[in-house]
Write a protein that binds this ligand. Structure first.
Ligand SMILES: Nc1nc2c(ncn2[C@@H]2O[C@H](COP(=O)(O)OP(=O)(O)OP(=O)(O)O)[C@@H](O)[C@H]2O)c(=O)[nH]1
Ligand SMILES: [Mg+2]
Length: 277
């Protein structure tokens, strides 16, 4: 199950999005960088520094409901110490009760003395930028979806409590030097699933889970695993437990892979942090 294919995904709309963001920068007071709290290393676009110069830089660790809370706390402390970072906040954009606290924290942490704050919301695909914005607006004004590349163009959105938000398409960087990070981004659904082999990617995820969260595999699929066993053995156990068979009785590895990836992405496999400190 070694992933021997190199993952690269930088479609034209991302290049265009980057150019359009740079055109708008002079209007922006605050850059809100949205990360997926499960992958706070891999979901950081190194190119973001181009946008944050002379601006407040607020990091939102979104999807915190899907991440391991102890790991999230460690990440908050680490990211807070980073040069130029104004504040680090955690969020679950699907839980509307957290909305007011988030808005107050954004307003309280800014150094700009303005009645209206213009915020650029950026991040890699599928981390929940548009969902965060809808949650702040208390309305479904931006399009969302559980796949990368849903937002194709920019959109200004105004709240009734002084925030003006610019939704932007998720942007990756032209070349992944770090293929392990690219794998992690495939796991969380930030890379178009047509450009990687789902069975390889799901196999690597199972290997990670065996090493780090074996109990989650056991509880989710009702199987017993040994952390030292090869990933393909767990794969067979999962296919067997879920009766994912093809005609002729062989295990259906493609459907098993898709199910495991979806279960991870939707939190059915429990609260898991991939990038651990
Ligand atoms: N569990 C959970 N799911 C979330 C959260 N935020 C967003 N989602 C889900 O994540 C998926 C992606 O959300 P979007 O808001 O479309 O992500 P995006 O960053 O705007 O994606 P692009 O526009 O493609 O770059 C959707 O299925 C959302 O319902 C969260 O905090 N917790
Ligand atoms: Mg979006």
């Amino acid at each position: 199950m070694n992933n021997d294919k190199v993952i690269q995904w930088y479609p034209g709309h991302m290049k265009k999005a980057d150019r359009e963001i740079r055109d708008k920068l002079k209007l922006i007071d605050v850059v809100i960088e949205v990360l997926d709290a499960r992958v706070n290393y891999a979901s950081r676009n190194p190119d973001i520094k181009k946008y944050t110069r002379n601006k407040d830089h607020i990091i939102i660790l979104n999807k915190a409901d899907l991440a391991d809370p102890d790991e999230t706390n460690k990440w908050i402390n680490k990211l807070k110490q980073e040069d130029g970072v104004t504040a680090v906040l955690t969020y679950n954009a699907t839980d509307q009760t957290q909305r007011n606290k988030l808005v107050n924290s954004i307003k309280n942490s800014t150094t700009k003395d303005r009645n209206e704050l213009r915020c650029l919301v950026v991040g890699i695909p599928n981390v929940g930028k548009s969902t965060v914005i809808n949650s702040i607006l208390k309305k479904r004004k931006t399009q969302i979806g559980n796949k990368p590349g849903v937002t194709k163009g920019q959109q200004w959105l105004t709240t009734d409590d002084g925030l003006i938000l610019l939704d932007t398409p998720g942007i990756l960087w032209p070349k992944f030097e770090d293929q392990e990070a690219a794998n992690h981004l495939a796991w969380i659904g930030s890379i178009n699933d047509k450009i990687y082999d789902k069975e390889n990617i799901a196999g690597d995820l199972v290997k990670f889970l065996l090493e780090n969260y074996p109990q989650n595999l056991e509880e989710t699929y009702g199987i017993e695993v040994d952390p030292d066993q090869p990933a393909w053995v767990a794969f067979d156990q999962i296919a067997e437990a879920r009766h994912l068979l093809r005609k002729g009785g062989e295990y259906d590895y493609l459907r098993t892979s898709e199910m495991i990836l979806n279960d991870f992405r939707n939190g059915k496999l429990g609260r898991i942090t991939i990038n651990q400190l």
